[in-house]
Ligand binder design. Sequence first.
Ligand SMILES: CSCCC(=O)C(=O)COP(=O)(O)O
Ligand SMILES: [Mg+2]
Length: 261
Amino acid sequence: MVVLSVPSEVTVILLDIEGTTTPIAFVKDILFPYIKENVQEYLEAHWEEEECRQDVSLLRKQAEEDAHLDGAVPIPMASGDGADDFQQTIQAVVDNVHWQMSLDRKTTALKQLQGHMWRAAFTAGHVKGEFFADVVPAVRQWKAAGMKVYIYSSGSIEAQKLLFGHSTEGDILELFDGHFDTKIGHKVESESYRKIADSIGCSTSNILFLTDVTLEASAAEEADVHVAVVVRPGNAGLTDDEKIYYRLITSFSELRLPSST
Ligand SMILES: CSCCC(=O)C(=O)COP(=O)(O)O
Ligand SMILES: [Mg+2]
């Protein structure tokens, strides 16, 4: 088995979700279709609620920023004048969400709405978070060894908590010391990793970040974070150069903590 020695200065392990702890297929084939199939009905049912208003307002702001992009879908303000206007505005939000999802965009606006929509599915037990078999045993071992373990995903913190709180392994939220999402910054920007270190109260070099996406690994590395790229079934392939450059693991069990023998 391949063994990757964790540098002795590492005290924090920061985990990506999709493609790292959790199969991409779970996100693409279960979580995302739930949104596409239910967004219209969800908006119709929750339109007048404050949380939904805020979600739509954030999506509208994002749509304005996206106006220059090919195929972008604007979300006009509802005039509040009649059922047709209400339906047209909802349809614009639905189309915008579908458009963003067709590009797998990771905007905070989209992720916030998705998190709110998944709440019902997870809490009712219709959907349970899935993890690769090595994930939970490894995290338990790291915690027992005194490591701090955090999550950093494009999925909203609320969605992350649903995934880990309602999973095939039960509620495993207690295993994590904290969560970060794109509100701290995008995962492909190195500044995000500096802010995460500040927020945890450690140096960036105390962090080991595990992700499937080399653009994220590169941004983290630029901030002096240790990185390993996680290769899982169903993940996007890596180039030969990436395979040579990055430390690769196919299972969390390949990590050797400093004190391990
Ligand atoms: C319940 S987490 C939802 C996953 C998600 O929406 C997503 O975009 C995952 O991105 P990641 O940064 O974890 O690769
Ligand atoms: Mg990922």
